[in-house]
Ligand binder design. Structure first.
Ligand SMILES: Cc1ncc(COP(=O)(O)O)c(C=O)c1O
Length: 395
């Protein structure tokens, strides 16, 4: 079988086809067929280098290089903003998706009787911060869906004039179903609510233009498809909404004169960085910055499908091959597919299949009662063929 995706026919900055150019930035490919980006992604070369440089500098010189790191962290913010069509002051650097969701959940001026609407089956990070508002009289409506596909009319029906937030994952962590953020934002706005996008399972592959889509708030840690380290993520707060969110935590880093430790004046910074409060995950954000720059070099932008196309193509090919081998394979409408493919081998426990795959240096997870394969744009046909060989051997 040949590596002949549409993407690999396209030329990229290094003069190489995209998959190859991207692959050359991914040291993990030396050993593994790494297909687990919906769990924890490997680091790009650039992320690894940024982290190594920090470790060396900090080990040998303490904080002497701090101003340089702080400037580089601002570059991470800029790269994040560029990637999603936001302005840098709309980006807060956070420690997790949960933190980004929580800063909105805890920051809104709720009144008893207000409600939040979510599709049922969201990842817990997009449930608990809302459930935690129950003692403030906020109702959380988890709307049952008849299938992994989002039933938009059902979601719309669950919204009313007391709905303040509609919150949803861009890509379902277990099903791989990818929603259209613009459509959800429309539902939220039609009832006077805001739209929150948990983007962790989509960012790094699919283009997102927060402004064009009407996203009000967004959060995503960098450790999955963005190929950054764990504990370093981004949150987007639409500029107009900054003063609608009461900061839940404030500290030296929240205020305008943040380096003037003698002057105590609680004047919040006029940007989303006000929510960062204290010390940042410096090493994590430096690493994430390296990966975000790699994405920008590969051509990812708020409107470019340059990574999405090869991912969708590889996923479609894999589904077809797995089906041909008699596996039970998840299927979704074409417009809602992602890099996630779920499959089951009826006569084998998914944990056994995963273990066999690991023995052949193929990395996947068990989710949703099956094996979850999560393909990124640097994965080539050989990676998928390695997986298929194992499956074929188990039939
Ligand atoms: C949809 C979704 N949201 C959030 C998370 C993780 O949240 P956090 O970054 O807070 O650990 C995951 C992890 O699997 C996820 O799939």
């Amino acid at each position: 079988m040949s590596d002949s995706t549409a993407a690999s026919a396209t030329s990229h900055p290094a003069g190489l086809p995209l998959t190859q150019a991207f692959r050359s930035q991914m040291p993990v490919t030396g050993r593994w067929a790494y297909l687990d980006h919906a769990a924890v992604g490997p680091l790009t070369q650039a992320a690894g280098e940024a982290i190594t440089q920090y470790l060396q500098q900090c080990t040998q010189s303490g904080d002497v290089h701090w101003p340089q790191w702080a400037a580089q962290v601002e570059e991470t913010r800029q790269a994040a903003a560029q990637l999603i069509g936001a302005d840098p002051p709309e980006i807060a650097l956070v420690h997790s998706t949960t933190e980004g969701i929580t800063l909105v959940a805890e920051g809104m001026d709720w009144a008893p009787g207000d409600n939040v609407v979510l599709p049922a089956g969201e990842f817990p990070s997009n449930v608990y911060p809302w459930l935690n508002l129950r003692d403030r009289g906020v109702e959380v409506r988890q709307v049952e869906m008849p299938s992994p596909a989002l039933d938009l009319p059902r979601l719309a029906q669950a919204c009313d004039r007391r709905t303040r937030i509609l919150s949803c994952s861009w890509v379902g962590f277990a099903s791989g179903y990818r929603c259209e953020p613009r459509e959800l934002a429309q539902i939220a706005h039609d009832c006077g609510a805001y739209f929150f996008l948990d983007a962790i399972q989509g960012l790094g592959v699919f283009p997102l233009d927060v402004r064009a889509c009407g996203v009000d708030f967004m959060a995503a840690d960098g450790h999955k498809w963005m190929l950054g380290p764990e504990g370093a993520g981004i949150a987007y707060i639409r500029h107009e909404l900054l003063d609608r969110l009461r900061p839940n935590i404030v500290g030296w880093n929240s205020v305008i004169e943040r380096f003037n430790y003698q002057k105590i004046e609680l004047k919040l910074r006029p940007e989303a960085a006000r929510y960062e409060a204290g010390t940042q995950n410096m090493v994590g954000q430096l690493g994430l910055g390296g990966s975000l720059r790699t994405f920008l070099q590969m051509g990812l932008s708020p409107t470019s499908n340059c990574l999405a196309e090869p991912v969708l193509e590889q996923a479609a090919w894999l589904r077809q091959q797995l089906d041909g081998l008699g596996a039970q394979v998840s299927d979704l409408p074409a417009a809602h597919q992602s890099g996630i493919v779920l499959f089951r081998l009826p006569e084998h426990d998914p944990m056994t299949v995963r273990q066999r795959l690991l023995e052949r240096q193929v990395v996947c997870s068990c989710r949703g009662g099956g094996i979850r394969v999560a393909i990124h744009a640097y994965n080539d046909r050989q990676d998928l063929e390695r997986l298929l060989d194992v499956v074929e051997g188990m039939r």
